[in-house]
Design a protein around this ligand. Structure first.
Ligand SMILES: [Fe+2]
Ligand SMILES: [Fe+2]
Length: 428
C-alpha cells in the first residue's frame, strides 16, 4: 500500500483541483494496484456525475409518478431494470399498498392499489430488519409460495428476478422500492448499492409526494365523516358506501375491456380515497332541511339539490389553486361529488347527464350510495331489509342506475352482505 501512496496523493490532488463539468485528469496508472485504485476513482466519479444529473432532472418534479418515471429512465441507463415499482406501508391498517409501477413493456398487473395485509406477506420481515432482499428466481419463489398474489402477478408480467429495497425515514420503513428484471439471477450487490445511492436523492421527494397525497385524502375523509354525522345519525354510511364502491370497481376491473367502463387499479385507489367526499356539499344545506323529519317541500328540494355543486366546487377551487403541481388534483373527488345524483335516463341532477356521459366513478358510487341509503335507517325512513334493497336496485336498472354496473353489483351479493354486517348494517 505504501508503494501506492504517491499515486493516491497525485490522484487526490488532481480531484481536488478538478473543476466540475470539465474533463477530469487523473494520473495514468502503471502498476496493477494503481489500476484498481484508478478504476474505483473513475467509478465514484461516474456515479457522482450520474447522481448530479438525476438531481437536476428532479428539480422541477412534484408528483411521485414523474419522479418514479425519471428514476426508471436513469436506472435503465446503468442496469437492466425492466420494471420499477413503489409501495407504501400503512401501519394503521397493517397493510402494504402498491402506489405506482412502470414496466418496460407498459403492462402492469401488480399496479397502484394492489394491497397485501402484513400477515400475508414476507415484506413484514423486511419492515423489521430494514434490509434489502434479492429474489433471484421468481418462478422458483412462486413454486415455494404458490399463494403469493404479488409473485404470480410479477410472473405474469414476465419478471424473473427482483430486488426489494426498504425506504427509510427516521429509521422507520415507510415504503419499498421494487427493481425487477426479465432475466433470472440478475441483481447483485453493486446494483443494490448504486440504487441505494439514487434512492437517497429521491426519497425525500417520494416521501413528501406520498405524504401530501395521504394528508389530503385523510382530511377529505375526516371532513366527509363530520358532514355525514350531521346528516346520518346512524354513522358508518361512509365506510359502507366506500367499501361497496371499491367492491364494484374491483368486480368491473375483472371484466373484459368495455368502452365507457375503463378502470385500472389507480382509479380504484382514487375511488377508495375520494368516494367518502360525495356529500360534503351538504355542509351548505341548512339543518332545517337536512334534518327535516318528513318529506321536503319542492322549495326545500331546490336547496337540497344544490349539495353536489357546492361540494364539487370546493374540489374545483382546490384543483385550480394547485394545478401547477397536479392538473388532475382531486378530479375524481370532483366528479364523484358533482355527478353522484345524475341518473342513467337523464332525469337526475345537477346537469341531467345520461348514460355514459355520466363519469364512470359517479355511476359506480351512485349504486353504492343508493344501496346503503335504502338499507339503512335515515331520519325520514326506516331501513329496508336486504332482499327488498337488492330488488329495488335491480328495478333501478335503465332508469336510475347503470344497468351493466347493477348486474355486476348484484353478482357480488355475498361480499355486499359481508360488508353490511361488519360495518354495523345489521344493527340498524
Ligand atoms: Fe348526495
Ligand atoms: Fe351518501
Amino acid at each position: 500500500m505504501s508503494v501506492q501512496l504517491p499515486y493516491i496523493q497525485k490522484s487526490l490532488l488532481a480531484l481536488g483541483n478538478h473543476q466540475y463539468g470539465a474533463k477530469r485528469v487523473i494520473p495514468q496508472p502503471v502498476f496493477e494496484e494503481e489500476k484498481i485504485i484508478h478504476n474505483q476513482i473513475e467509478r465514484v466519479f461516474d456515479e457522482n456525475l450520474f447522481i448530479e444529473s438525476l438531481r437536476e432532472k428532479l428539480l422541477d418534479v412534484y408528483l411521485m409518478e414523474d419522479a418514479m418515471d425519471i428514476l426508471f429512465q436513469s436506472l435503465s441507463l446503468r442496469m437492466k431494470v425492466d420494471r420499477l415499482g413503489i409501495a407504501f406501508v400503512d401501519y394503521q391498517e397493517e397493510k402494504i399498498i402498491a402506489e405506482y409501477g412502470v414496466h418496460v413493456d407498459g403492462t402492469i398487473r401488480l399496479g397502484p392499489g394492489f394491497e397485501v395485509p402484513f400477515k400475508s406477506t414476507s415484506l413484514h420481515e423486511l419492515i423489521m430488519i430494514k434490509q434489502t432482499r434479492i429474489t433471484p428466481d421468481i418462478e422458483q419463489a412462486l413454486t415455494l409460495n404458490p399463494a403469493s398474489a404479488s409473485l404470480r402477478l410479477l410472473h405474469q408480467e414476465g419478471i424473473q428476478s427482483n430486488a426489494i429495497l426498504p425506504i427509510l425515514i427516521n429509521q422507520t420503513v415507510f415504503g419499498f422500492l421494487f427493481l425487477s428484471c426479465k432475466q433470472k439471477n440478475y441483481f447483485n450487490e453493486q446494483h443494490i448499492s448504486f440504487t441505494t445511492k439514487l434512492l437517497l436523492e429521491i426519497k425525500g421527494l417520494l416521501n413528501r409526494a406520498y405524504f401530501s397525497k395521504l394528508v389530503f385524502s385523510k382530511l377529505t375523509e375526516s371532513f366527509a365523516q363530520l358532514v355525514d354525522k350531521k346528516d346520518n345519525s346512524t354513522g358508518d354510511h361512509i365506510n359502507r358506501m366506500v367499501q361497496y364502491s371499491v367492491l364494484l370497481a374491483r368486480a368491473l376491473k375483472k371484466q373484459p375491456l368495455k368502452e365507457g367502463y375503463e378502470i385500472d387499479e389507480k382509479l380504484i385507489l382514487e375511488i377508495e380515497r375520494q368516494a367518502s367526499s360525495h356529500d360534503i356539499g351538504k355542509i351548505g344545506v341548512p339543518d332545517a332541511i337536512l334534518k327535516k323529519d318528513g318529506k321536503l317541500t319542492s322549495e326545500e328540494w331546490v336547496v337540497m339539490r344544490e349539495h353536489p355543486v357546492i361540494g364539487a366546487n370546493v374540489f374545483k377551487d382546490l384543483r385550480e389553486g394547485l394545478k401547477i403541481f397536479d392538473p388532475d388534483f382531486y378530479r375524481v373527488a370532483e366528479d364523484i361529488t358533482r355527478y353522484h345524483h345524475e341518473r342513467w335516463d337523464g332525469s337526475g341532477y345537477p346537469e341531467g347527464l345520461s348514460g355514459l356521459a355520466i363519469p364512470l366513478v359517479a355511476r359506480i358510487v351512485a349504486i353504492a350510495d343508493v344501496f346503503d341509503a335504502i338499507s339503512s335507517k335515515r331520519v325520514y325512513k326506516n331501513a329496508y331489509d336486504l332482499d327488498t334493497t337488492f330488488n329495488i336496485i335491480k328495478e333501478s336498472k335503465e332508469t336510475h342506475l347503470d344497468p351493466y354496473l347493477v348486474d355486476l353489483f348484484l353478482n357480488e351479493r355475498e361480499n355486499i352482505v359481508h360488508i353490511y354486517s361488519i360495518y354495523g348494517g345489521l344493527d340498524e
